[in-house]
Design a protein around this ligand. Structure first.
Ligand SMILES: [Zn+2]
Length: 254
């Protein structure tokens, strides 16, 4: 569970700057300054969490490019959606469908989905000397309530493969691009596309920046500088009642 930083001056300053008088500000500031060395997704920032399943949870993103920007995150420290176990994939897909329904109700758009898939060696979670670096990354599937198409931006840097949906990722990765890193994008209509990026030197937060640029708010691609703290309380208020009712309707998920 999350522990608030005991407070370096940097974190405290940021907390104030980004509305640190709220518990969201206090919670998030240490992650913006790297004052915590743990994984923010294993840490499970409870006040941001919208929904808890058996294998994954739904949380508001630090870095609200638009209000309601959410992330589906497996509890297990996996490095990509393509590395999830079958039952984890199943719940991720249920949650993804649910979020998109909630987005329609609350924001009038099904939104889009993105994921950064990292190298596979650590995908089953056991750290070794060889995979220590790749284990560093804990995957999260971004669900963004905005009708935006970043495929032209992605095609400019990588080859595009159409996939039926996210559950085809694993097969594609195993059979087609052998465990390398990839970007995933799912359109408003729910069509999935994968872009292998092995050997490419893309800037950090590339996918987020593509989305932010298309929305005319490029600066918000950088979650550290623009955490969007001011949107979080409202997003929670809007989304929690809707996602929880929809979750109840999914039945035996827990
Ligand atoms: Zn983690």
């Amino acid at each position: 569970m999350t522990q608030l930083s005991e407070g370096s001056a940097g974190a405290e300053q940021l907390a104030l700057e980004f509305g640190g008088r709220t518990h969201y500000g206090q919670l998030i500031a240490p992650y913006l300054t790297d004052d915590v060395r743990s994984c923010s997704f294993c840490d499970y920032l409870h006040p941001l969490v919208l929904l808890e399943g058996r294998f994954c949870y739904l949380t508001l993103a630090i870095g609200q490019i638009v209000r309601g920007y959410a992330q589906i995150c497996p509890y297990a420290h996996r490095t990509s959606a393509a590395a999830l176990e079958a039952e984890e994939v199943s719940e991720v897909l249920t949650m993804k469908a649910l979020v998109r329904k909630a987005f329609v109700t609350v924001y009038g758009s099904r939104g889009v989905v993105i994921e950064n898939g990292r190298p596979a060696p650590a995908r089953w979670g056991a750290a070794t000397a060889a995979n220590a670096r790749s284990l560093d990354y804990h995957t999260h599937i971004h669900c963004i309530p905005a009708a935006v198409d970043i495929r032209p931006d992605l095609r400019r840097v990588a080859t595009e493969y159409a996939v039926g949906s996210m559950d085809d990722l694993r097969a594609l990765r195993t059979e087609t691009f052998a465990g390398g890193p990839y970007m995933f994008f799912e359109t408003v209509e729910g069509e999935g596309y994968v872009y292998p990026i092995d050997g490419l030197d893309l800037p950090s937060q590339f996918l987020r920046t593509c989305v932010a640029r298309r929305l005319g708010v490029e600066e918000r691609g950088d979650w550290r500088r623009h955490p969007g703290m001011e949107m979080i309380a409202e997003a929670r208020r809007e989304l929690v009642p809707v996602v929880r009712v929809l979750w109840e309707q999914t039945g035996d998920q827990r």
